[in-house]
Write a protein that binds this ligand. Structure first.
Ligand code: FAD
Length: 338
């Protein structure tokens, strides 16, 4: 019999990864996934889904390296397995280029991706405005395919799924023994976290099957990522901007900037345009606390605030969240212990 009831709030890439990790690793727990929105309507669905990262300022680098490595290894194994097309996860090789040589030429994740090296002068010749570049193979994870695949995996592990907006954690305390909060930008209201803010991103999908390599400007504002069915080009990073509609000026800017890096894009047909709000925070919040809810102490594990890197580190932070749930269970009164 399942002795402990847990709930995960949020069905983006962070919530689904966390729900799968808990359901597959704690078989004596019954796990429910509650979410206002599911694929294809989450922020994660529209992410370009390329696996690379920037450094968060106040989190031990060792922890960030672990998040990256655990995530990368998990996605690489999927990309190299028979599940790759069903999961929407593929290998992706290409170049990250810089107009000025960056102070740190070897990012913390460079040991984990495959074949990381500096670009040669010959390779850089096609990018005359850029002085420095890195070539490597990483993974691209297309969440509009990956999220339904994860949801299926969660159900197979015995998980229950329910569509519901949670207005306060109090609502959950009667029905569940522990709560995991993966509500992304929703944490602003749900747990009153004023430090969460949106960074608006607009991207286009274009038909350009001749492109096979990604190109990313190191400033993070211009990128071309070939995918399984189309090429994602972007983008924008507008802090504090809550607009969810497509902006014509942004579309023109994206087409202009991307075509200057890859002139053949002038021949590509635009298939769709999309806007999402990155759930940003100075650092992601991956920690636990005990809250007094409806007169009893309930453990709450938070896992949100991944900003522009949620697809990249979702699996790593999900494993941390699983460990935090385990610690909470050890501290629970005897009758609820696993
Ligand atoms: P979300 O996907 O927003 O999911 C949050 C979930 O919580 C939703 O299901 C929502 O309905 C639910 N929820 C919220 N509040 C409540 C509530 N009160 N009750 C019930 N449910 C609730 N990342 C990368 O790593 N690589 C990339 O290449 C990349 N490209 C990007 C490009 C763009 C244009 C954008 C916008 C983002 C990109 N990102 C990328 C970032 C990535 O999309 C996010 O970091 C990631 O999606 C965050 O996942 P999440 O699960 O935390 O949030």
């Amino acid at each position: 019999m399942k002795s402990v009831r847990g709930v995960v709030v949020g069905a983006g890439v962070v919530g689904l990864s966390t729900a799968v990790c808990i359901a597959e690793n704690l078989p004596l727990c019954s796990v429910t996934l509650l979410s206002e929105k599911f694929s294809p309507n989450t922020t994660s669905d529209g992410a370009a889904g390329i696996v690379l990262a920037a450094e968060f300022p106040d989190i031990l680098l060792e922890r960030q390296r672990r998040w990256f490595k655990d995530s990368f290894d998990n996605l690489l194994a999927i990309a190299q397995s028979q599940h790759s097309p069903d999961a929407g996860v593929m290998l992706s090789s290409g170049w990250q280029i810089f107009k000025e040589v960056p102070t740190n030429r070897k990012p913390f994740w460079s040991d984990f991706v495959t074949g990381f090296r500096n670009m040669t002068d010959g390779e850089l010749k096609r990018f005359p405005d850029h002085k420095f570049g890195q070539a490597f193979t990483t993974v691209k994870c297309e969440c509009s395919t990956y999220l339904p695949w994860l949801e299926e995996r969660f159900r197979k592990a015995g998980g229950r799924v329910e569509q519901k907006k949670v207005n306060s954690l109090q609502e959950l305390s009667d029905s569940f023994d522990f709560i995991v909060n993966c509500s992304g930008l929703g944490s602003k209201q749900l747990v009153g976290d004023a430090s969460v803010y949106p960074v608006r991103g607009q991207v286009l999908k274009v038909d350009a099957p001749w492109l096979t390599h990604f190109i990313r400007d190191g400033d993070g504002k211009t990128y071309i990522y070939p995918g399984i069915h189309s090429v994602t080009i972007g983008g924008t990073r507008q802090e504090g901007d809550w607009r969810l509609h497509v902006d014509k000026g942004d579309t023109d800017g994206i087409l202009d900037r991307c075509s200057s890096l890859e002139p053949s894009l002038k021949k590509a047909k635009v298939l769709s345009e999309w806007v999402g709000l990155r759930p940003s925070r100075r650092n992601p919040r991956v920690e636990r606390e005990w809250l007094q809810l409806q007169g009893r102490m309930v453990p709450v594990v938070h896992n949100y605030g991944h900003g522009g890197w949620g697809v990249t580190i979702a699996w790593g932070t999900a494993l941390d969240a699983l460990e935090l749930v385990r610690q909470c269970l050890k501290e629970m009164p005897q009758q609820a212990k696993l």
